[in-house]
Design a binder for this molecule. Sequence first.
Ligand code: ZN
Length: 224
Amino acid sequence: MDLLFRLSNRILSVPVRLSAAAFGVPTVRLPVVETDKQLYLTFDDGPTETHTAEILRILGSFRATATFFVTTSRLAAFRELAIEAKAGGHDVASHGHTHQDPWFQSSRKAIDDFNRSVDVLTEMGLQPAWYRAPYGHFRPAHLRAAQERGVRLAGWSVMPGDFRSTATAARVFNTIQTAARPGGIVVLHDNESVAARRVTLDGLRTVLDYYSAAGWVLTALPHS
Ligand SMILES: [Zn+2]
C-alpha cells in the first residue's frame, strides 16, 4: 500500500494523444517529481536563426531549462545553436530529420528519418534521450526503433497552440495556467511561423514570470 502510494505520487502518467495510443504506442511515464511545483518545458521544430537565441536568453534570465526537439536537417545551418543550448544546461532531443508526417510515410521511411536524426545528433556529441514524432504522429515501429537507440518517446500534456495564427501571448499563458498540473509537459514552438510573431516569446516570458514568482521550477525533461 505504502509502495503504491509512493509510486503514484512519484510517477505521473503523461497523456499521449489519443491518436498515438490508437496506434499502439504506450503512454509515456515520467519519474516525476522532485518538487510538486514542476513543469517540463519543450520546444519543437527548431533551431531557427534568431528565435532560438531569444528563447535561450529568456530561459536563462529565469534560470529555467527546456528540451529542444530539433529538426535535425536544420542543424546544417544552425548547428551552433544546438550546441549553445546544450552548453547552457538545456537538452537537445530529436523531432525527426525532415519533419515529414510519419503517418504519410511508409513505416520504413519514418524509421529511417528517426534513425537519421539520432545519427546527426550523436555525431555532434548530442546523443538524444528523447524523440517526439512530428505532429505527435508516432507509429508502432517507433517503439522498437527507439528502444534500439536508447531513446524514449515523448508526448505532451499541455499544448497552448502558439503556432496558430489566432494565438496571443495572453492565450498561451492562460492555457498553460489552466491546464498545467505538476509534472506536466508543455509544448511550444520554435519555427519560422511563430518566429514572425512575438507570441511564443512574450507568452514564455509571462509564463516564467508567473511560475517563478509562485515557486515553480520549469525544466527540461529528465534523462532517467
Ligand atoms: Zn513539429
